[in-house]
Write a protein that binds this ligand. Structure first.
Ligand code: AQP
Length: 327
């Protein structure tokens, strides 16, 4: 059975962008593939974090995975920092990655402009991500478009390593959703919605109240034409709302366009808000039940046990091939 793997950083409250670009894909594929879903908390400290908040978000993100439909019977769910092999493999892969490759990562260029003291971790982040993926021989990595370049780097590193030392890693492929690979900010629909955005009006968070969701969508930036059709270039705000509707209703953009062809912007926004509210309130109800149960710890203990075993084998194979230690 082919393997699939993804993770979402506890770097803020998850947004509908994270749901559509990352989690929803995993939910759809979990029937078909052996699935690994983790919390990449080591990635999160590449920019400054409040330790107390970070710890809370780790548990919260697992509860959200479950509430969004990630089935613990079909997924191995685990926390990255509970497996020491990730950071160790990352070091070995760093020594097989060129500075030019790390320097040209778009996300590094964007994020390093936003923080004051840029950590070395922010530069090497994609190599840790390569370790996360290659450790488990993942065939597919479902991600939004912003992470595609990182999965491609993981491929390049794996190919280089295999060529030098013999067949060691499966070459992973990114899986990008056809609809919703890049949900945009509500107040600036030319830029990607992000969980760590300082302006909360830009993002719809999975745990937002109904009132906040409605307010944010009703005040989303659009244009002055007041005609509903899909045109990313000239009508990015409307295109974004149509995309959100299409992804959450599981219908094509064409069908959404058809549904709203007579509607004005007010009506479109109200219907998008209704759909987002009903989707998120359903998730939130389940979320609170999971947060109050002991299930999360049980799932994470099992995930830790299983992934440490797999990772140990892979890591020892790598050590042997590279000529490290005494194995
Ligand atoms: N706006 C988006 N539209 C579609 N997919 C998105 N993803 C993120 N934003 C959107 C996808 O969600 C997953 C989360 O990846 P991550 O947590 O490792 O970090 P990220 O890509 O940097 O996500 P954010 O929300 O932008 O986080 P911050 O604010 O911390 O940088 C990935 O599959 C991503 O593609």
């Amino acid at each position: 059975m082919k393997r699939i793997l993804t993770g979402l950083q506890p770097s803020g409250e998850l947004t509908i962008g994270n749901l559509i670009g990352g989690i929803k894909q995993m939910v759809n594929y979990q029937e078909e593939y052996e699935s690994f879903m983790f919390v990449p908390d080591l990635h999160t400290i590449t920019v400054p974090q409040d330790p107390t908040l970070l710890k809370k978000r780790i548990k919260s993100i697992v509860a959200l995975y479950l509430a969004c439909g990630i089935d613990p019977k079909k997924n191995t769910i685990y926390i990255q920092s509970e497996n020491l092999y990730h950071a160790n493999l990352s070091w070995i892969l760093e020594c097989h990655t060129y500075m030019g490759e790390a320097n040209r990562m778009t996300q590094y260029k964007d994020k390093s402009k936003k923080v004051q003291n840029v950590s070395v971790g922010l530069l090497t982040y994609p190599i840790l991500m390569a370790a996360d993926i290659l450790m488990y021989d993942a065939d597919y990595v479902p991600v939004g478009i912003d992470q595609k370049q990182h999965v491609e780097l993981a491929r390049d590193i794996a190919l280089r390593f295999n060529k030098k030392y013999g067949d060691t890693f499966t070459i992973p492929e990114p899986l990008i959703p056809k609809i919703g690979a890049k949900i945009m900010k509500l107040q600036d629909p030319t830029k990607k919605m992000s969980k760590s955005d300082e302006n909360v009006k830009n993002s719809i968070f999975l745990l937002d109240t109904e009132e906040d969701i409605r307010k944010k969508i009703m005040s989303a930036v659009t244009d002055s034409e007041n005609k509903v059709y899909y045109d990313v270039e000239n009508k990015p705000g409307i295109a974004n709302l149509l995309t959100i509707y299409s992804a959450l209703a599981n219908i094509s953009i064409k069908e959404v366009e058809e549904k709203f062809k007579e509607a004005n912007y007010q009506t479109l926004k109200k219907e998008v808000a209704d759909l987002v509210v009903s989707t998120l309130l359903g998730i939130q109800k389940k979320y609170h039940t999971y947060m109050e149960s002991t299930l999360i710890d049980e799932i994470l203990d099992e995930g830790k046990r299983k992934t440490n075993k797999i990772a140990k084998e892979k890591y020892e194979d790598v050590l042997k091939k590279v000529g490290l230690g005494r194995i």
